[in-house]
Design a protein around this ligand. Structure first.
Ligand code: HEC
Length: 141
């Protein structure tokens, strides 16, 4: 019995190790950025805009009373969240993170793979100023 508990813990920690091993997400790979851009334009640009600047007057509400898509280009607060949280926001949407969420940021986990989501994050980071990018790398370690 003890042996099984031991194995369970080994697997559990190995899994955590694996899950975190690819953070922080960098913008070092042009391949990743290119792929991220294709996915971004397909799935995200309609709300966050092709240049990542977010909706016009994004701090206000839209005609349905929902929040508008914020900029992802480093001028908003995207970089205040770790890679892990950003990944989860994109994968599961805000529905899984905020109780009774009724806004428009839905999850893309059924359309985009984990790797694709991380590629999008590489692309998003390619827009960030160096100081924000460096800060975020430290924070996401
Ligand atoms: C239908 C419009 C829409 C689409 C499509 C969309 N988003 Fe969003 N997104 C939003 C809205 C609205 C918010 C703000 C959520 C809120 O506060 O209710 C948001 C928030 C976010 C945030 C949090 C930003 C921050 O500064 O806190 C990230 C990251 C994000 N979206 C990434 C993406 C990515 C990546 C895609 C494409 C895979 C995407 N979104 C597609 C509307 C959209």
């Amino acid at each position: 019995m003890k042996k099984y508990i031991f194995i369970f813990f080994v697997l559990f920690y190995a899994d955590i190790g694996l899950a975190h091993s690819h953070y922080p997400i960098t913008r070092d790979s042009l391949e990743a950025i290119k792929n991220g851009k294709v996915l971004y334009n397909q799935y995200c640009a309609s709300c966050h805009q092709p240049n990542l600047a977010g909706a016009a007057n994004w701090q206000g509400l839209d005609e349905d009373g929902h929040r508008k898509a914020p900029p992802l280009n480093g001028t908003g607060h995207t970089w205040h969240h770790t890679d892990e949280l950003l990944h989860r926001m994109i994968k599961y949407g805000f529905v899984k993170l905020i109780k009774n969420y009724e806004g428009k940021m839905m999850g893309f986990g059924d359309k985009i793979s984990d790797e694709g989501i991380d590629n999008i994050l590489s692309y998003i980071k390619s827009y960030w100023k160096d100081d924000i990018y460096e800060y975020h790398l430290e924070m996401s370690k």
